[in-house]
Design a protein around this ligand. Structure first.
Ligand code: GDP
Ligand code: MG
Length: 163
């Protein structure tokens, strides 16, 4: 059995960077698949021996960061409804923003299963943001660095029971 993972969160937290890391070169094949919308990118994810579908909410880039416009909310809800598990990412270097709190509320109400990822966690500049993330009420944040590939064993540990 396999599962689907939606990567959600406000613009610029590193969702697409992680998507690309999980999907790797298989993305080229994914683009040819039917039913893939422009705003939700879907790929075949790989992490250790796990194989799963990854959904990137790719259409958020033009949304503003200090509010949660209807489009961002609708796109996120669509991804959440499609997925067995959501990886909710925040930028640990910035800390928790009001927009992050709105995402957290959507996820608490709607998602089947949530993993909280505190991204950009390489180095001590992220420590304060990681601590803030506990207040989101979504469990223990995973320290990850999508860009540097750090924290992938912890992400594996969180996903493995779902496989
Ligand atoms: P998205 O809008 O959530 O899809 O974010 P992107 O994946 O486009 O990344 C936004 C910016 O954050 C880019 O400049 C990335 O290079 C940067 N970024 C992503 N992951 C990390 C990370 O782990 N550490 C740091 N320092 N920067 C990152
Ligand atoms: Mg993106």
């Amino acid at each position: 059995m396999t599962f689907s993972l939606a990567i959600v969160g406000r613009p610029n937290v590193g969702k697409s960077t992680l998507f690309n890391r999980l999907v790797g070169r298989r993305l080229a094949l994914v683009d040819d698949q039917p039913g893939v919308t422009r705003d939700l990118r879907e790929g075949e994810g790989k992490l250790g021996d796990l194989r799963f579908t990854v959904i990137d909410t790719a259409g958020l880039e033009d949304a503003t960061d200090d509010s949660l416009p209807g489009r961002m909310r609708r796109l996120t809800e669509r991804a959440v409804d499609m997925a067995d598990v959501c990886l909710f990412m925040i930028d640990a270097r910035v800390g928790v923003t009001p927009t992050d709190e709105i995402f957290a509320e959507i996820l608490r109400k709607r998602a089947k299963h949530v993993i909280l990822g505190a991204n950009k966690s390489e180095g001590s500049a992220a420590d304060a943001g990681v601590l803030e993330a506990y207040a989101l009420g979504l469990g223990e944040p995973l320290r990850i660095s999508a860009e540097h590939g750090e924290g992938m064993p912890d992400l594996y540990g969180a996903l493995q029971p779902l496989a």
